[in-house]
Design a protein around this ligand. Structure first.
Ligand code: ADP
Ligand code: DP6
Ligand code: CO
Length: 329
């Protein structure tokens, strides 16, 4: 049997940036995100008794055992939960740049959790699937659901899972990715957040910031108040990136084009467009905006960044199971 699942990436409006338990992948704080329709991962899993190790193919190429470690560790967890003993063939295709701050690990591990659990015969609720995805990558917890999604930090493995806030947002919101550089980052999300928790003197303040932002953004969502949602998201992102600058050694994911994009969005907002920026663990900038401003936004950004670097995304769906495998193998 083979099982294929697709999950979409999500971009946090209130960020997850730090673990309190690395083994169980429990976060320091709650977080809240928007799942995107344009960026996703499709993964097929096939448990097979003829194999004597997991075989992981990514974008058509066999991945070496060393680079497949996160996937193999995740499959070990699925074997432990299901009682299955066979190894598996895992074939995955990313429709998102990998390791560039566009949340490939979120779509990747949500899709893998869905396909592997189902192929192993586990019949998980979405809540339990969200808990399982968390073990692959924290942000994957939220990609099980579409639209606006909250991840409750919880107190233990059983209570740390995501829940939809609005699976299909009932107001207009879109996100534009400015792809300033899609090469793979030097500091992984995992490494960056660990250094920050261990060394950034502002970490206690960050916990308080997120507590307040979570309350305020949920209120703004209930009020369909895009300017307040955007404002909270932009400030939250800046504060997350301030943690990185203050770490020891200090670091940043920004490059010159990141700053140019940030300054441009601030200027366009001052000129009357409803737009706000957020950045993750990479130089690429995501713009939260009102779809009615799309043409004006694209017209302003195209001369600076080029049309091929601008990708408009709308709210995307939760996990989906497909009947066709991602590729023939
Ligand atoms: P990103 O900003 O893309 O989420 P991360 O540093 O969080 O960057 O995660 C990137 C890592 O996610 C990759 O190095 C790889 O280990 C894993 N990954 C990405 N895509 C896939 C996939 N389709 N299947 C399995 N693992 C993946
Ligand atoms: C900046 O989920 O990629 O995108 O849990 O170690 O796999 P691991 O890290 P990851 O971190 C995401 C960080 C972020 C913010 C967010 O998505 O909330
Ligand atoms: Co990631």
């Amino acid at each position: 049997m083979t099982t294929t699942a697709r999950a979409h990436t999500n971009i946090a409006l209130v960020k997850y940036w730090g673990k309190r338990d690395a083994a169980l992948m429990l976060p320091q704080t709650d977080s809240l995100s928007l799942t995107l329709d344009e960026f996703y991962t499709t993964t097929t899993v096939n448990f097979n008794q003829a194999l004597n190790e997991d075989q992981f193919y990514l974008d058509g190429e066999l991945v070496s055992a060393n680079k497949a470690q996160k996937v193999v560790k995740f499959m070990d967890l699925v074997r432990q939960l299901s009682g299955r003993t066979e190894y598996a063939q895992i074939t995955s295709v990313n429709n998102v740049p990998m390791a560039a701050g566009l949340a490939s690990s979120a779509s990747a591990f949500a899709a893998l959790a869905g396909a592997a659990a189902k192929d192993a015969g586990l019949d998980l609720s979405l809540k339990d699937l969200s808990r399982l995805a968390r073990r692959g990558s924290g942000s994957a917890t939220r990609s099980v659901y579409g639209g606006l999604v909250e991840w409750h930090r919880g107190v233990d493995d059983a209570t740390s899972f995501a829940e939809p806030v609005q699976e299909v947002p009932d107001f207009d919101i879109a996100m534009l990715a400015i792809l300033v550089d899609t090469s793979q980052k030097k500091v992984s999300s995992r490494g960056g957040m660990q250094l920050v928790v261990e060394t950034s003197p502002y970490y206690p303040a960050w916990r308080e910031v997120v507590k307040r932002d979570m309350v305020a953004i949920k209120e703004a969502i209930a009020n369909r108040d895009l300017p307040t949602i955007g404002h909270i998201a932009q400030e939250n992102a800046l504060r997350m990136h301030a943690l990185n600058l203050a770490a020891d050694p200090g670091f940043t994911y920004f490059d010159g084009q990141t700053i140019l994009a940030m300054q441009t969005i601030d200027r366009l907002r001052e000129e009357g467009l409803n737009c706000y920026y957020t950045m993750d663990a990479g130089p690429n900038v995501k713009v939260i905006f009102d779809p009615k401003d799309q043409d004006d936004l694209l017209n302003a950004l195209t001369p600076l960044f080029g049309a091929e670097r601008l990708v408009v995304a709308k709210p995307g769906p939760g996990i989906e199971f497909l009947t066709e495998p991602v590729m023939k193998f």
